[in-house]
Design a protein around this ligand. Structure first.
Ligand SMILES: [Zn+2]
Length: 538
């Protein structure tokens, strides 16, 4: 068989069983037909073959982000970004919001995202009064960087039917001051529910998905494991966009939403749509629940109090029994299951649930996952191995948030997202960015996996450093494994889907301190070039 496209003279990182590095690869249609030396691959060229000279640059499997949120990432791009380097203080943010108000008709939402009080001059949240001073005619919401906490103005609280008499929902806090007045701050489940009232239009959601996809493929991401849209409406629109091929990126969609996750998951279980249903472009993933809060809040559930406040052990969304009722049942019915679990207490509780479910209903090859698996101490790692769980750590988290982790969790940071331990223990882990929580750039994730340094250069649990090829595996083969797809993607081998990327340099000869600067020149999904910066055609 002759090739439709060949790439020659490169550094082809295959991520096969032997981590072989070859020179060239041949594609026919949407499949890989050969991987080998340039001389071998040249045999497959005929007059119709497109020949691309890599000039020593790296070609590798398309990257798979095993945990991010396509729709929430996309809609943020339509809003005010608090991560904008120009926003350094509350005053800067309030000015940006005031500008938006001027061009937004009354009654329409003003949204900001990515707020982190730790990076802001005043080191606090904006107040309800400050937001009301800008507008009481526009609902305003500021989404914290973690997506678990928000600050709303009076108009927004009114729309969400929240007043000083509204009780806290389970696993959530509607914050009040010492006089019982609302502060505007909504935490965890109360914020998640609030999102129900702050909906986007279908047009905004469509636009958001397109922007998100474009950003992802420009950084070499060819598949994502979507960790939750807002609600059933955005879940439906995401599927339709994929079926229309408006979304070319492959999606493994977890059964879970940001808004009222438990109800959505229960509805899906009741409807009987199981993990694995779909095709190579859109497939139903694991049933998912949240068990605890945000690593930077900090609101994660820990077994011992925070280093920064020993009286605080975070927030648990459910009791073990409640978690078992949903996920034990999902396991029995043949679903892959997963939870958002960041703190060691949340992870332990979830492992108890899985252990019990497996005892009552043994099942091989279940591939149950743990999203984040933040504080994974050696005792928990051993149980993950025993139960054959797949943790999905977030390598870029320490880069952005490492300093606050060191303050909040102290020594426990040595076991945060412990990729080295997972590999040494034989636990199969895959990596996710959790965008929009942190940067979706997989090269930043690979960089931090290799270097384990905070952005400022402070070391962060460096005994957990892994090699470059190990880090690439977390973003390729292992991520494919976590969605039962390792037979069709995740490595460059004959018969697999032609999902691949070309980098702007040789990654193997890049200094480890420069990995984060690597760019992508070409992204191919299903044999089709979906993004192309520049390359030379012979
Ligand atoms: Zn997430």
């Amino acid at each position: 068989m002759n090739a439709t496209v060949v790439f020659l003279n490169g550094e082809v990182i295959t991520v096969d069983n032997n981590d072989a590095v070859k020179q060239a690869i041949a594609i026919s249609g949407n499949k890989i037909i050969a991987v080998g030396s340039t001389v071998e691959i040249e045999q497959l060229i005929d007059s119709n073959t497109k020949v691309i000279d890599l000039n020593g640059k790296t070609l590798m499997p398309g990257l798979i982000d095993a945990h991010l949120h396509l729709v929430p990432y996309g809609v943020n791009q339509l809003s005010i970004s608090c991560k904008d380097p120009a926003i350094l203080s509350i005053e800067d943010l309030l000015t940006a919001i005031s500008e938006r108000v001027k061009t937004t008709s009354k009654g329409n939402w003003i949204r900001a995202w990515g707020y982190n009080e730790k990076f802001i001059k005043e080191q606090r949240y904006p107040t309800l009064q400050e937001l009301d001073a800008i507008s009481t005619d526009h609902p305003i919401i500021i989404n914290r960087t973690c997506g678990h906490i928000g600050i709303a103005n009076s108009a927004a609280l009114k729309l969400a039917k929240i007043d000083e008499h509204t009780p806290n929902p389970q696993g959530g806090i509607i914050e009040k001051d010492s006089l019982g007045r609302l502060t505007g701050r909504l935490m965890e489940n109360s914020f998640m529910r609030f999102n129900e009232f702050a909906r986007y239009t279908p047009e905004e959601l469509e636009q958001a998905m397109q922007i998100a996809q474009q950003h992802f493929i420009e950084k070499g991401i060819t598949s994502i494991h979507d960790a939750g849209t807002f609600d059933q409406e955005s879940f439906r629109l995401m599927q339709l966009a994929s079926h229309r091929s408006d979304l070319k990126i492959r999606i493994y969609a977890m059964i879970g939403t940001v808004n009222d996750c438990k109800q959505f998951t229960l509805n899906m279980l009741k409807a009987g749509v199981v993990t694995g249903t779909g095709n190579d472009f859109f497939k139903i993933g694991p049933a998912k629940l949240f068990t605890d809060g945000s690593s930077t809040g900090p609101t994660i559930a820990t077994r011992e109090g925070y280093t920064s406040n020993p009286n605080d052990c975070g927030i648990l969304y459910y009791s073990e029994e409640e978690l078992y009722e949903v996920l034990g049942e999902a396991h029995k019915r043949g679903y892959q299951v997963t939870v958002h679990a960041q703190g060691d207490k949340a992870i332990e509780m979830y492992l108890n649930v899985i252990e019990r479910a497996l005892k009552e209903s043994p099942r091989d090859n279940h591939r149950h996952r743990i999203e984040h698996a933040g504080i994974s101490t050696p005792d928990l790692q051993a149980r993950m191995k025993e139960l054959q769980m797949i943790p999905i750590p977030n390598p870029p988290f320490p880069y952005e948030f490492g300093e606050s982790y060191l303050q909040d969790y102290g020594e426990r940071t040595n076991f945060m997202y412990p990729a080295r331990d997972f590999i040494d223990q034989g636990v199969i882990a895959a990596a996710g960015s959790d965008a929009p929580v942190t940067s979706y750039d997989p090269f930043l994730g690979i960089h931090t996996s290799v270097n384990r340094e905070v952005k400022s250069g402070i070391p962060f649990g460096q005994q957990q450093q892994i090699t470059l090829l190990e880090a690439i595996r977390l973003y390729t083969y292992n991520a494919a494994y976590a969605s039962f797809d390792e037979q069709i993607k995740g490595s460059l081998e004959v018969g697999k889907l032609a999902d691949l990327i070309v980098l702007d340099r040789s990654i193997l000869s890049t200094k480890s301190s420069n990995i984060k600067d690597i760019g992508v020149e070409l992204t191919m999904i299903d044999g089709e070039v979906v993004y192309e910066q520049s390359y030379s055609v012979i």
